[in-house]
Design a protein around this ligand. Structure first.
Ligand code: DX5
Ligand code: ZN
Length: 219
């Protein structure tokens, strides 16, 4: 499966958001990752709808919107109107019985459908929903903050999910988010991930070459 990077604007200079988006475009990335945090599901507050709409107005990049909020189903239509292309909800924020309906609602609103699991949640909890999903986000740090260290045990989880997706022959992307840099990206990619979120490495490490990294991953 083709490998993509999804730079996270959580790590950019927000006063120069447009420049950050142009940097993403120049890098050869085709996604941009927008972290929505509510201070309840995670102990931090980041961006809301106006940022998604503002980014939508200036780019054709795939807007990869990661909701770290409680009751995320209430905002599906709103994020679709703001221009989100992929909507990721956390499994931990959803009432189990409503998951199929919630996932269908995301698709009916014209967006790609994704679920995420936090580091302590087994990935097998998502197996009953694979047919309704376009992407699964395996958090490789505790969600809430950029700049944390990649959890090495993530590789097993990625491999377990990758095996199940292969077994069922489904075209589901595996995304990883948290502590991804020039070295951890290899580990996650070898385990089977194909969409890589990078905040700190992409926006603050001058030695990180996104274009080269994408080429190497797809070689
Ligand atoms: C963390 C966010 C990430 C964050 C990653 O909860 O979901 O998207 O921006 O940042 P880095 O790449 O710095 O770990
Ligand atoms: Zn994220």
């Amino acid at each position: 499966m083709e490998k993509h990077i999804s730079p996270s604007i959580l790590a950019c200079d927000i006063l120069h958001l447009e420049e950050a988006i142009r940097k993403v475009e120049r890098s050869g990335a085709d996604y941009v990752h927008i972290d929505i945090m509510d201070g309840v599901f995670v102990p931090n507050i980041s961006f809301g709808m106006p940022i998604v709409s503002a980014v939508r107005k200036i780019t054709e990049l795939t807007l990869d919107v990661h909701l770290m909020i409680v009751e995320p189903w209430k905002y599906i239509e709103t994020f679709a109107k703001c221009g989100a292309d992929i909507l990721t909800l956390h499994y931990e924020a959803l009432p189990e019985k409503q998951i199929p309906d919630i996932l269908r609602a995301i698709r009916q609103n014209g967006m790609k459908v994704a679920l995420s699991v936090k580091p302590k949640t087994e990935v097998s909890v998502l197996f009953p929903y694979l047919e309704l999903l376009d992407m699964i986000l395996i958090m490789t740090v505790e969600p809430g903050f950029g700049g944390q260290k990649y959890i090495p045990e993530s590789a097993d989880k990625i491999a377990t999910l990758h095996r199940e997706i292969q077994r069922q022959g489904l075209p589901i992307h595996i995304q990883v988010d948290g502590g991804i840099n020039a070295s951890t990206i290899r580990d996650a990619s070898d385990a089977g991930a194909n969409v890589f979120v990078l905040g700190t490495a992409f926006f603050t490490d001058p030695s990180f070459d996104a274009n080269q990294t994408i080429k190497e991953l797809n070689a």
